[in-house]
Design a protein around this ligand. Structure first.
Ligand code: FES
Length: 338
């Protein structure tokens, strides 16, 4: 995991749709190139004491980290573009950004990481996006257009005013169709159609070998997972913005911290991250729900009980990394590189 931190300036804030704020971040020095990123990557914003479920805004707590997908074209290294949806149940991150962030401010930003990579060689890529889930998919479509690969997009929103980046998507769609690359854009406004997107029907009609992607709310991801259950796993790609299930330990174990030699007990009902925090051990985190990868720590011994949605099957089987916010232990002891 890259731990490089960047200081970037907010160059522009744009109202992209109801409750969706676009943010353009640039280097402080002109003619400076940012670290490269691939389609599907995200960056972590380190926000000043914004508050969270466990650290209220006025508690004098330190920075909080929130992950946002990059939506500008991979290969563009002069800027990073993200979009932030104002979450009604915000723990501080999206609310602080919408209410406090101003053009010209600087932010500490983690270098890009990618938990949602694009397969650029697929014969056809079909995307299912819901709401703010359009952001990583917009970057993927920009990339496919840049390399001349075929794609289709089904973009579901509650109403027309909640649909972001529609003109960009329409331009990409026209370019794709003009180039004979499919490029079909299906903007599915639930309020207009009177029903939700028929993900199962659309997936059943796809040609063999199609790679399918989904990013959106839990209900959409659940429907997508059910509809793709019979497809080869390597053709199915999804990104969660919230955890599928609450994860907490149901048995006690101990964690040995290899760098200090300390031992931290993890009691039933407590997560590993909560136990480390309780012992005064500093660990980076963002979502606390197993979806962003920020809290990844190396495992030196013992077998983790993986509960996250970041690691692939092969990465889980390797048992050399753990997301401490949600995962536990299958062995009485874990030794971590902390
Ligand atoms: S903090 Fe996001 S995966 Fe652990």
């Amino acid at each position: 995991m890259s731990t490089a931190l960047l200081t970037l300036r907010v160059r522009a804030l744009t109202w992209e749709a109801e409750g969706i704020l676009g943010i353009e971040l640039v280097p402080l020095q002109p003619n400076t190139l940012l670290p490269a990123f691939e389609a599907g990557a995200h960056i972590d914003l380190h926000l000043p004491g914004t508050g969270s479920a466990t650290h209220p805004p006025d508690a004098g707590s330190g920075p909080h980290i929130r992950s946002y997908s990059l939506l500008n074209a991979p290969g563009e290294r002069q800027r990073y573009c993200i979009a932030v949806n104002l979450d009604a149940a915000s723990r501080g991150g999206s609310r602080w950004i919408h209410e406090q962030l101003r053009c010209g401010q600087t932010l500490t930003v983690g270098a890009p990481r990618n938990n949602f990579p694009l397969n650029e060689a697929a014969p056809l890529s079909v995307f299912f996006a819901g709401g703010i889930g359009i952001t990583p998919i917009l970057g993927m479509i920009r990339r496919l257009e840049a390399i001349g690969r075929p794609w289709r997009l089904h973009y579901a929103t509650r109403s027309a005013i909640h649909a972001a980046y529609v003109s960009e998507l329409q331009a990409l769609s026209e370019a794709g169709q003009a180039g004979g690359r499919d490029g079909a854009l299906d903007l599915h406004v639930d309020a207009d159609r009177g029903r939700v997107l028929d993900i199962a029907g659309l997936i059943a009609a796809l040609p063999a070998g199609t790679h399918v992607y989904c990013c959106g709310p839990l209900g959409m991801l659940g429907a997508f997972e059910a509809a793709t259950a019979a497809l080869p796993r390597e053709q199915v790609h999804l990104e969660y913005f919230a955890a599928k299930e609450a994860a907490a330990t149901d048995g006690s174990y101990v964690v040995e911290l290899a760098r200090s030699g300390r031992t931290v007990p993890v009691q039933p009902g407590r997560t590993l991250l909560e136990s480390l925090e309780g012992a005064g051990v500093e660990v980076l985190y963002s979502c606390r729900e197993g979806i962003c990868g920020t809290c990844e720590v190396k495992v030196l011994a013992g077998t983790p009980d993986h509960r996250d949605l970041v690691l692939s099957e092969a990465e889980r089987a390797a048992n050399n990394r753990i997301m401490v916010c949600c995962s536990g232990a299958k062995t009485p002891k874990l030794v971590l590189d902390l």
